[in-house]
Design a protein around this ligand. Structure first.
Ligand code: AMP
Length: 212
């Protein structure tokens, strides 16, 4: 199954993708995680991406397109693209790459959540800097408190989850990413999944949407 996850920042895409990876062995290609990894390594991609990510802007298309194509070439079996494409240009580019590698999309999952809930989710989000696991202080806390359950690293708050940057990210989502809903609806690929409730509740809806 070849799937794209679309949704505003804070909607829970990463948490759900993580579950499909753990429970079904699907490959997750999350451009935000890959870019943060590059930033942590301080490599040329990371250095270029940093200025955009810290402002809540999208990183230039070419940088993420190349990153995703490299991953897609290597992937075997089911995959989820989490946080990519983020605009129509990227979606067009993705079409070409998937055609070339004969891995057509099966479904595009759009997670729906009201804006006030998104903001609450983002402000309580905690991230493992080592394995990328995502927690929430209220709805999905780590059993080890401020440490990651998988690798025991100290959890951190993402720098771009600050209130000002969150506002900008939501605006960028509305302007650039939301048009993808119509784009994929027109291609008969879009399925909406309500994202309120616990991660378990959303996961159950997601499996149903995927026909699992
Ligand atoms: P995320 O973890 O998906 O919320 O992404 C964090 C940040 O990484 C975004 O605010 C963007 O700056 C950058 N980013 C992630 N994915 C993309 C993408 N597909 N295109 C451009 N920038 C991206």
């Amino acid at each position: 199954m070849h799937v794209v996850f679309i949704g505003a920042p804070g909607v829970g895409k990463g948490t759900q993708a993580q579950r499909l990876r753990e429970q079904r062995g699907w490959t997750v290609i999350a451009t935000g995680d890959l870019l943060r990894e590059a930033m942590a390594l301080g490599n040329p991609l990371g250095v270029q991406a940093k200025q955009y990510i810290e402002r809540g802007e999208l990183v230039p298309d070419q940088l993420v397109n190349d990153l995703v194509e490299e991953r897609l070439q290597a992937v075997e079996g089911s995959f989820i693209l989490d946080g990519y494409p983020r605009n129509v240009m990227q979606a067009e580019q993705l079409n070409g790459v998937l055609q070339k590698h004969r891995k057509p999309l099966d479904k595009v999952i759009k997670f729906d959540l009201p804006e006030e809930v998104l903001i609450r989710r983002l402000s309580g989000r905690r991230l493992c800097p080592q394995c990328g696991a995502v927690y929430h202080i209220e709805s999905n806390p780590s059993r080890l408190g401020e440490q990651c359950e998988n690798c025991e690293a100290a959890l951190v708050t993402r720098q771009d989850d600050s209130p000002e940057t969150v506002q900008r990210r939501l605006q960028v989502y509305a302007e650039q990413t939301r048009p993808l809903i119509e784009y994929y609806e027109a291609r008969g690929l879009l399925i909406r999944v309500p994202a309120e409730g616990t991660p378990d509740e959303v996961y159950a809806r997601l499996l149903q949407a995927l026909g699992k």
